[in-house]
Design a protein around this ligand. Structure first.
Ligand code: SF4
Length: 360
């Protein structure tokens, strides 16, 4: 049935570019290899986590991540232990909630006591919706997409502003509840992945990690994000995420500050893209072309990708900008992207040698 709606999804896994950038993802989606979280689950934790200070938890995390990296290269069979590296990651995330630094904003508020940071997300994660998304990139669909409310950005043109800004409208959800949904979608609807998004999934990282502690099916975990995680946030995601569906928006910090209220944007996002590579996760980069931002943003994003990730990096250069939310207050953002701007963006990508472009 899904295949009738998106026939391009049927052949997506044989596409040369998809295979080049996302071979690990394909193997997990086809159940020929274990997802990263299933490898992390094999790393046993003997210590009583509830009694440990956060520094001790981080020390143990660094130690056990060595074991995870070894296991990832040469997997061993056997029974999963009762308590694993995933439980440790979840325990650290819960401690971090008391002084939240999941993302680079580092609000350091105590979300467990009801304080709210920039994202407005409290101690609970809230679900806006979950469904089989057929509108994602062909290799991703059918994608079990989980929309959390709340976002650590404030994009003036946000197309999901009812999700990102109206946090309280979501329904509180636990990791156990999410795991059940993922299992049902994987077994019943043959979802290719679980796609964690929002808003942004970063403020709900603790519940995403809790979900992985409960999850009993093998499935690729896709982190669909603005990539503004802190370094600690990125550390927790290593061994949890298989693919970063990374939204690389701006080439200019001034544009990021003006349009998303994000400081040091370029430094933070590029740092995290490189960290994702080091983690051994795979990348599918999205770049939404904004009207009037081809020179300052699109070209610099493409140049950085070509120089740092290589010309085979999988890129989705997206033309679908439309003025939404508060875009009408910003001169230049009240129109769609012109054909000439899209052509310029695509020509520039090709000039740089970037060939692995989604849908072109
Ligand atoms: S997730 Fe980011 S924006 Fe939200 S409270 Fe934590 S540090 Fe602040």
């Amino acid at each position: 049935m899904h295949w009738l709606i998106r026939p391009d999804a049927v052949t997506a896994f044989s596409d040369r570019g998809v295979r080049r950038a996302l071979s690990g993802y394909i193997e997990v989606a086809e159940d020929r290899r274990e997802a990263n979280f299933r490898v992390a689950r094999m790393v046993a934790v003997e210590d009583e986590l509830g009694e440990m200070q956060v520094e001790e938890l981080w020390r143990l995390h660094s130690e056990l991540m060595q074991r995870y990296r070894r296991l990832r290269k040469s997997p061993e069979g056997g029974e999963a232990p009762e308590r694993s590296l995933l439980h440790l990651k979840h325990a650290i995330a819960l401690k971090m909630l008391e002084r939240c630094e999941f993302c680079e904003r580092r609000c350091r508020c105590n979300r467990r006591r009801g304080e709210l940071g920039f994202c407005g997300t409290g101690a609970e994660a809230r679900l806006s919706s979950e469904f089989i998304h057929m509108g994602e990139e062909a290799c991703m669909v059918p994608s079990h997409t989980i929309f959390f409310t709340g976002c650590n950005f404030y994009c003036v043109y946000c197309q999901n502003w009812t999700i990102s800004r109206q946090v309280e409208k979501g329904t509180p959800v636990t990791g156990g509840m999410l795991a059940e949904m993922v299992e049902r979608r994987r077994l019943g609807d043959k979802s290719r992945n679980v796609n964690l998004v929002g808003g942004d999934p970063t403020p709900s990282m603790h519940v995403a990690l809790e979900m992985l502690c409960h999850l009993r099916v093998n499935i690729p975990v896709v982190w669909n994000s603005n990539m503004y995680m802190s370094e600690k946030g990125m550390s927790l995601l290593e061994g949890a995420v298989d693919v970063y569906l990374a939204d690389f928006k701006y080439g200019s910090d001034e544009c990021a500050l003006e349009l998303s209220r994000a400081e040091r944007y370029f430094e933070v996002v590029t740092r995290n893209l490189l960290a994702a590579r080091v983690q051994g996760a795979e990348l599918l980069i999205r770049h939404l072309v904004l009207p009037g931002h081809v020179d300052c943003c699109t070209k610099r994003v493409l140049e950085w990708v070509a120089e740092n990730l290589g010309n085979s990096a999988r890129l989705n250069i997206m033309p679908q900008y439309r003025p939404e939310f508060e875009a009408y207050r910003h001169r230049g953002l009240t129109r769609r992207v012109s054909k000439a701007e899209m052509r310029e963006a695509m020509d520039y990508a090709r000039e740089l040698g970037l060939w692995n472009l989604e849908g072109w």
